[in-house]
Design a protein around this ligand. Structure first.
Ligand code: AMP
Length: 223
C-alpha cells in the first residue's frame, strides 16, 4: 500500500504516521527526518538544508525533490508512507509525474484536518516530562492536561521544547501549510482533484479527537 499523508504541524500527523507505518508495514519516508539525518551526519546537503529549516522556510525544490524521489526508489518497493512531502504545487506535480513514470500506484491520500488556531495551541501546549519524553502532556488538550505544573503520568517536572515556543517559526510553517494556492494545502487539493477523476482515493480526517479515536477513524476509512 502506498500512502501520502498531509496534516499541519500540530495535527498529530507524526503520531498517526507512525501508527500507519506499523499497521501496514510501510517504509515511513519523512522528508524532515531525512534532512535531520543529513544534518546529524554533517553532509553538504545537510548544511545547505539547515539554514532554511532554522528559519522555518522550505528547503529549495532542487534539493528536496531529487532527495525524496531517490529515497522513494531506494526504500519504497514494498509499500510506503510519504510524510512531509509534497509541500507545494511543484513538488506535488513532480511526485505525480515520477509515480506515473515508475508505474507506482498511489492508493490513498490522507488529509488530517485541524483549524490553524487549534494546531498552534497544540504545539505551544506541548510539555516534556523530564523523567520520560513519552509521557503525554499538553496544557491545551484536556485529555492529556498535566496535573498542575507536573507530569500527568508520573508527577515529574515538565519543560517545553524551545522550538515549540517559537511563535514566528510556527506561524511561518503554518503560512506554508494552510496556503491553498501554492502551499501544502494546494498540493493536497491537487491530489483531491486526481481522486475526483478516480486516479487515487482521498481521505479527509477530523484531527480534533484524541490519538486513539483519530487512528480508529483512519483505519476504518482505509478499508
Ligand atoms: P518537518 O519535520 O516535516 O516539520 O520538517 C522540518 C523542516 O524540513 C521543514 O520546516 C522544512 O524546512 C524542511 N522540509 C521538510 N520537508 C520539506 C519539503 N517537502 N520541502 C521543503 N522543505 C522541507
Amino acid at each position: 500500500m502506498n500512502i501520502l499523508l498531509f496534516g499541519p504541524n500540530g495535527s498529530g500527523n507524526g503520531t498517526q504516521g507512525s501508527l500507519l507505518k506499523e499497521n501496514y508495514n510501510l517504509a515511513h519516508i519523512e522528508s524532515g527526518a531525512i534532512f535531520r539525518e543529513h544534518i546529524g551526519k554533517g553532509t553538504a546537503l545537510g548544511k545547505k538544508a539547515k539554514e532554511y529549516m532554522d528559519r522555518g522556510d522550505l528547503v529549495p525544490d532542487d534539493i528536496t525533490i531529487p532527495m525524496v524521489l531517490e529515497t522513494l526508489k531506494e526504500k519504497g518497493e514494498n509499500g510506503w508512507l510519504l510524510d512531509g512531502f509534497p509541500r507545494n504545487m511543484v513538488q506535488a506535480e513532480k511526485l505525480w509525474d515520477a509515480l506515473q513514470k515508475a508505474g507506482m500506484k498511489l492508493d490513498y491520500v490522507v488529509e488530517i484536518q485541524l483549524p490553524r488556531k487549534a494546531a498552534k495551541d497544540r504545539i505551544m501546549g506541548r510539555r516534556l516530562c523530564v523523567a520520560d519524553n513519552n509521557h503525554p502532556n499538553n496544557i491545551h488538550i484536556d485529555a492529556i492536561a498535566p496535573k498542575g505544573e507536573t507530569c500527568r503520568v508520573c508527577g515529574g517536572a515538565l519543560t517545553a521544547r524551545a522550538d515549540d515556543q517559537n511563535e514566528d517559526a510556527i506561524n511561518k510553517r503554518h503560512d506554508i501549510y494552510y496556503d491553498d494556492k501554492n502551499g501544502t494545502l494546494a498540493a493536497a487539493y491537487f491530489y483531491k482533484n486526481l481522486a475526483a477523476k478516480g486516479l487515487t482515493r482521498y481521505i479527509e480526517l477530523d484531527g480534533q479527537g484524541d490519538i486513539a479515536s483519530v487512528k480508529e477513524a483512519l483505519i476504518r476509512k482505509l478499508r
